[in-house]
Design a protein around this ligand. Structure first.
Ligand code: NAP
Length: 276
């Protein structure tokens, strides 16, 4: 199976690295990347071919993974317009809808329909991401399996059966790492306010989040039960959680996800327009 990446930046590098580590043959992978230094890095690190522009091999690849910025996509797809037949196209571009990608790939002809859209998140860069995935109706089970295996190279995957759900995935896990970073920042600031130096405050905050996430992930108990178990009546945690509740923290987070979801929808409309 030949796999071509359009764009050889951060995400493509993480995916290619993860795929090679999991046994995809480097000989079967190539990347199109305009930046010469990035091409050299990909070739040296993973032994994959990296080209400045698509060639015949790119057009004949079994899978084309779209890993350029959303605003670069329309121009980047120009060489492919009307040229693909059975290629499975997997887009990881945030916000871009399949109807727009399919139309750009189709050129003057019928839209391309073998399309999968994914929304990974930034921990994919260290193989610890989570990706929401949607397959267009023309994609068969074997192609879904291939797309799932490719994205599993950078973390876990969750399929959705309605493309619009990917806006909510963006609001939860796509933007989610920033909410967690912000939480760490606040816990760190609280540590400094209690008199710890910056290094100690960071370690206390970071390892608390890391440890709690690992415990929640490995435990049979849901997070709510874990929380109850560490919250004794009248104790310190209860005092803190009561303060968070009175500050409206829980509802604020739900509102934040709704705001990100709505913004994702707006950006999708904006990116998909045919103006250049
Ligand atoms: N990073 C994340 O956390 C994250 C999360 C979810 C989704 N995504 C999506 O993943 C995609 C890639 O993001 P990224 O962070 O990897 O971006 P990136 O590092 O900027 O990579 C994109 C690469 O594509 C290259 N490129 C531009 N035009 C091209 C063309 N016509 N043909 C081939 N390559 C071209 C760019 O080169 P130049 O730099 O020279 O323009 C750049 O090296 C984006 O669509 C983004 O929405 C990223």
């Amino acid at each position: 199976m030949k796999i071509a990446f359009l764009g050889g930046g951060n995400m493509a590098t993480a995916l290619i690295g993860g795929m090679v580590e999991r046994g995809f043959a480097a000989d079967d992978i190539h990347a199109i990347e305009p930046d010469a230094a990035a091409r050299e890095r990909l070739q040296a690190r993973f032994g994959v071919r990296a080209l400045a522009a698509p060639d015949e091999g790119t057009l004949r690849a079994d899978v084309l993974a779209l890993a350029v910025k959303p605003q670069q996509m329309k121009a980047a797809l120009t060489p492919f317009a009307g040229a693909l037949r059975k290629t499975l196209v997997i887009s990881i571009a945030a916000g871009l809808r399949l109807v727009d990608i399919g139309r750009w790939l189709g050129g003057a002809g019928a839209p391309h329909t073998r399309l999968v859209r994914c929304m990974p998140n930034i921990p994919a860069l260290i193989g610890a991401g989570v990706t929401g995935m949607y397959a267009a109706p023309a994609v068969d089970a074997a192609e879904r399996e291939i797309a799932g295996r490719i994205l599993a190279a950078v973390g876990s995957t969750v399929w959705v059966d309605d493309e619009a759900r990917l806006d909510a995935v963006t609001g939860i896990s796509g933007s989610g790492p920033a909410y967690v970073f912000h939480f760490i920042e606040a816990l760190e600031a609280a540590g400094r306010a209690q008199g710890f130096d910056a290094a100690a405050a960071r370690l206390l905050a970071l390892d608390t989040v890391l440890g709690a996430a690992r415990l929640a992930s490995s435990s049979d108990d849901p997070p709510a039960v874990l929380r109850e178990k560490v919250t004794s009546k009248g104790g310190t945690t209860a005092a803190a959680l009561a303060h968070l509740a009175s500050a409206g923290w829980y509802d604020a987070l739900i509102g934040a996800v709704a705001a990100a979801t709505a913004r994702s929808r707006e950006l999708g409309e904006q990116f998909g327009q045919d103006r250049t």
